[in-house]
Design a protein around this ligand. Structure first.
Ligand code: HEM
Length: 520
């Protein structure tokens, strides 16, 4: 490059481009002759493969289309030499990600999230000893038998949130976000988030923004072509990269501020029980007794922040989705409310009461409604990609080592072979023994460790909300109802599209119970 009259800012991009072309040519020329064919998929172009053929917003729909075209539930694509496989059926996802999970437990590199400055976060860790340490930290706190200890927090926060709607029903979105933030903050750091003026509430908004607007995890330009992270802003057209650079300061703040504040409380002996405190005290005790350590405070810090970011945003998004469908389908909402009333109010000779976790098995319609929401609007349509460790052969087709593997939840939950009229929102389908949706919480060894905690929070909030209020469509200027349109904004923790809803008091007796704070 010395012979070109280029300044340093021009030399770097040119070097990156030339090195990448040489690397791609090398990979193409020196590849070993394959023994089995790759799964079917759209033909790619020389060197760049299928780059540009997948939609930015809804690639899961492209994969569904290709599945029909190639009559296969396993679709192969490649971008810049990176092998990618999409699994469009529960069978393929279960066979590979669950049953052969030992081979599909790695993650591709998430360069975009590195640019954002994430610390040691389980979601992004490659398979290996550090992954196992982090996974253990989560499983020891969030397995189904352990999450009962969080129920009092969930009941309190749900009642506080719904109570705030008695005086300020228009702020239902903020009240919901405050509740999910406060639950996850108490779980992670032992500190509640009292109101919307708390700096932690602002951090929750920043975290949601950072994770929701970063494009599809593992699929942005810098994920596929990591050297692009060094390109100057003016030369890089990638909106997710610009977003990642902008989010860096917020991600740093979210890692440092609550950690440092709770550390002071732990050292002063005033901290409440929390994920951070439990693991830090264990670590310190083991260090004191000279036991060998397989984790560091940096691991605990990364894991605690992961509880907050992975757990708050996704639970909030799921509650919003449920509220979207409750607003859209008033008759189904009325059925859920009638079931609640029957249990909590009418006909029983006892005095009325607010819902508890003991009611969950009896509230079948509410549970079905939650399932159907998950099926109809998966917030991570392609889950979070896994990566294969070794070459594999599945149904006579070769899946190369290092393949990025997507599980297409949307394809699975709209499969007509599994669900009758899959595009109809029908919670009663589970009474007819149709299976619960698969994939909303992922698969195999990377399956979401927080699913039980999350669904318990969703349940408690909805049961409390619907015991007191109903959700109605907002009317437009001509008096026509504005019907919510289901759709998802993709990102690491997707959210439903914006929609409007009106929270209307339905049951003053229940509202009075809520206002008596001893009930919390
Ligand atoms: C309704 C709410 C939630 C949804 C929809 C959700 C969804 C997911 C999905 C789809 C994955 C990827 C699984 C895979 O790669 O196969 C995941 C992973 C993860 N989730 Fe959740 N999640 C939720 C709540 C939570 C909560 C409450 C926590 C924390 C307590 C949490 C922590 C994590 C972590 C740490 C991972 C990474 C696991 C790994 O890579 O091994 N999630 N979640």
């Amino acid at each position: 490059m010395l012979w070109l009259p280029l300044n340093p800012s021009q030399r770097l991009p040119l070097t990156v481009v030339i090195t990448s072309v040489l690397w791609l040519l090398y990979r193409r020329l020196f590849r070993k002759a394959p023994t089995h064919p790759l799964p079917p998929g759209p033909a790619g172009k020389f060197l760049i493969g299928n780059a540009g053929q997948l939609g930015d917003e809804h690639p899961e729909q492209d994969y569904i289309q290709w599945g029909k075209e190639y009559k296969s539930d396993v679709i192969y694509t490649s971008v810049l030499g990176q092998h990618m496989v999409c699994l469009n059926s529960v069978r393929a996802a279960t066979d590979l990600l669950d049953l052969r999970g030992a081979n599909y437990c790695d993650r591709p590199r998430f360069t975009l999230f590195e640019v954002m400055g994430w610390g040691l976060t389980l979601t992004f860790l490659p398979w290996g000893p550090q992954f196992k340490v982090h996974r253990r930290l989560f499983q020891s706190r969030f397995m189904q038998s352990k999450i009962k200890s969080f129920q009092s927090i969930q009941v309190h926060e749900a009642r506080k949130a719904v109570c705030s709607l008695v005086t300020d029903p228009a702020s239902w979105k903020e009240a919901t976000l405050l509740m999910t933030t406060s639950i996850i903050f108490r779980v992670a750091y032992g500190q509640g988030v009292s109101d919307q003026n708390s700096p932690y509430f602002a951090m929750a908004i920043d975290a949601n923004d950072a994770t929701t607007n970063g494009g599809i995890a593992g699929s942005t330009l810098v994920d596929i072509f990591p050297p692009a992270r060094w390109l100057p802003q003016w030369l890089c057209p990638s909106a997710p990269l610009r977003h990642a650079r902008k989010s860096r300061a917020a991600i740093q703040r979210i890692h440092n501020v609550p950690w440092e504040s709770n550390m002071q409380a732990i050292d002063a002996g005033t901290a409440s029980t929390s994920f951070m405190k439990t693991h830090l005290e264990k670590y310190r005790a083991a260090l004191k007794s000279g036991e060998p350590q397989d984790l560091t405070p940096a691991d605990i810090k990364g894991a605690t922040c992961a509880v907050f970011i992975a757990g708050g945003n996704s639970t909030y998004g799921t509650i919003l989705s449920c509220m979207l469908f409750l607003t859209k389908y008033p008759a189904l909402q009325a059925q859920v409310a009638a079931e609640l009333d029957e249990l909590l109010l009418s006909g029983n000779r006892k005095s009325p009461r607010l819902p508890t976790f003991d009611d969950r098995p009896a509230l079948k319609r509410l549970n079905n409604f939650m399932q159907e929401t998950l099926r109809c609007l998966p917030l991570n349509p392609l889950v979070i990609p896994h990566k294969s460790l070794r070459e594999d052969v599945y149904r006579g087709q070769r899946i190369p080592a290092g393949t990025t593997v997507f599980a297409n939840t949307t394809a699975m939950s709209t499969d007509p072979a599994t669900y009758a009229e899959p595009h109809v929102f029908d919670p009663s389908r589970y009474d007819r023994d149709e299976p619960p949706p698969s994939g909303n919480f992922g698969f195999g060894r990377r399956r979401c460790p927080g699913s039980h905690l999350a669904l318990a929070s969703v349940y408690m909030f909805l049961a409390t909300l619907l015991a007191v209020f109903k959700l109605e469509m907002v009317l437009d200027a001509e008096g026509r109802p504005k019907e919510p349109v289901p759709g998802v904004r993709v990102g690491l923790g997707g959210h439903p599209n914006e929609f409007e809803s009106q929270v209307v008091l339905r049951n003053p007796e229940m509202a009075r119970l809520l206002l008596v704070r001893e009930e919390w």
